[in-house]
Design a binder for this molecule. Structure first.
Ligand code: AMO
Length: 462
């Protein structure tokens, strides 16, 4: 059957009088204007049942083929409009015990604001079996789906609760440059850009700037994109992710882990308070968490892992896959990582026992250096790394030495090093991946579904 051409109209003086959640028993018999998009449609021949969705939910519209011309105009239009089309409906509220809000709307007039020209590959209530790439190609439409609506409403609560918590704890929100001249996170690759006639990079993290800002503000945080040229295709890496970064003066990594424990606990508490409906829709029960989260040293874990994985050596990174063998699916820390695995700004742990306990024979100086431990932690959820943090080097000579050992050209960091001549306080902090946290809390399989427009090695649009 050929599609009937339906003309789109301007909004003109039509304005919504009620959102869906305001249409209830108290509006019975009132003439109202509602606006939204058609989320579903049931066609019973001479009767149509339409769900009109707005940002608060659905309202049922029932339209019968009538005797009057105006009624038939509304009927004909709604009969031919496809799901996802946007309309305004002027109509009367009537009681309907069987509908979810116990009312429905009988339309008198319709304004077609935007016609969905094609049948969409998914509807708002699709539990998608459609591949993620097809969905991402039409992301704005995909984001209308109930599943993602629930996730992104909770995401908003998480961000609000981070700001609430850190504000209460006397942090100030800062913004640092995203176009920068030097790398900070050794392992992660950079995106080069042209900056006028110079080479520059997209920031891998706000690391050096947030450290510097402890000089002026003591406690700072930033919620902003970080850019990582990740060559791999995994379900937990993005090329552009949102990092919740904090930095605090006059503390060390133990204090920062205490703070992170409390932050996670507050996020969970607020999400349960604000998003009980979304959590129910997602079938997620956020159970009570016990803080402090367990803290396992890197060396302890390596000892445990070596029992089943003989090839693992002290100093190796720990792959998420094998971690599953020794740890359950919950929050915990891995602390005191080998200094060699951490970036140059991470402080070494003085009086560390690790170098001694890991070697029976006397060690030469280069070997003992390789065995050095750092004041660092990763917060994990099962095999997923959520956050890294550490106490930072705050002595210029130590920092210079550390750069040298990592093969970095200290001259390129002059803009940073010169600050260390003026009494930068001892400080520590963490970076917490927002998307990873959402994955952990809401059991989302693919990190791409925790961000609006994911960027990865294969995707630069939409
Ligand atoms: P790190 O490099 O471990 O530490 O990053 C911190 C956290 O950011 C998240 N993350 C990512 N999420 C998605 N995709 C990625 N490609 C990606 N890369 C990182 C992770 C990770 O734990 N400057 C330090 C933090 C600090 O010490 O303050 C840093 O950037 O959840």
């Amino acid at each position: 059957m050929e599609d009937k051409i339906i003309n789109e109209q301007d909004l003109e003086n039509w304005r919504r009088t009620h959102y869906s959640h305001q249409v209830n028993g108290s509006t019975i018999d009132k003439l109202i204007i509602i606006m939204g998009w058609i989320s579903s449609k049931r066609d019973h021949g001479n009767v149509l049942f339409i769900q009109l969705r707005d940002k608060f939910g659905d309202i049922q519209i029932v339209v019968k083929k009538g005797k009057e011309n105006s009624e038939n105009r509304v009927f004909d239009i709604l009969k031919n409009l496809k799901e996802h089309s946007s309309v305004g409906i002027k109509g009367k509220v009537v009681e309907q015990k069987k509908s979810p809000n116990c009312v429905e709307v009988i339309p008198h007039e319709i304004k077609v604001l935007s016609v969905s020209a094609k049948s969409a590959p998914f509807l708002t209530n699709s539990i998608s079996t459609i591949g993620i790439d097809t969905r991402l190609e039409l992301r704005a439409l995909d984001l209308r789906r109930n599943y993602l609506q629930n996730i992104f409403r909770i995401r908003f609560t998480i961000l609000n609760s981070v700001r609430e918590f850190l504000t209460k704890n006397h942090f100030i929100e800062v913004n640092t440059p995203k176009m920068i001249s030097t790398a900070t996170e050794g392992g992660a690759a950079l995106f080069p850009i042209f900056y006028y006639d110079k080479e520059a990079f997209l920031a891998q993290s706000p690391q050096l700037y947030k450290e510097q800002l402890t000089m002026a503000f003591e406690n700072v945080f930033e919620i902003a994109p970080i850019f990582r040229a990740e060559p791999s295709r995994t379900n937990r890496h993005l090329s552009e992710a949102i990092s919740i970064d904090i930095e605090k003066a006059f503390v060390n990594y133990y204090d920062i882990m205490d703070l992170l424990d409390e932050l996670i606990s507050y996020i969970i508490l607020r999400t349960k308070e604000v998003n009980s409906i979304e959590l129910k829709n997602l079938d997620i029960e956020l159970s009570e968490i016990k803080i402090p989260f367990p803290r396992h040293t890197y060396s302890e874990l390596i000892d445990k892992l070596q029992k089943s994985h003989k090839y693992i050596r002290w100093g190796d990174d720990i792959s998420p896959k094998i971690l599953k063998d020794v740890i359950g699916d919950d929050f915990y820390y891995i602390v005191d990582w080998p200094l060699s695995t951490k970036p140059f700004y991470v402080k070494s742990k003085i009086n560390s026992d690790a170098a001694v306990s890991k070697s029976d024979s006397p060690v030469d100086s280069s070997e003992s250096e390789n065995m050095m431990v750092s004041e660092s932690f990763d917060l994990m959820f099962g095999p997923l790394e959520l956050s890294s943090g550490s106490t930072r080097v705050n002595n210029k000579n130590v920092l210079l030495d550390s750069m040298k050992k990592k093969g970095l050209n200290s001259a390129a960091f002059d803009y940073h090093l010169r600050v260390f001549d003026y009494g930068i306080p001892p400080h520590a902090g963490f970076g917490l991946g927002l998307e990873r946290l959402i994955m952990a809390l809401l059991k989302v399989e693919n990190i791409r579904d925790t961000t609006f427009y994911p960027r990865d090695i294969d995707r630069l649009t939409p």
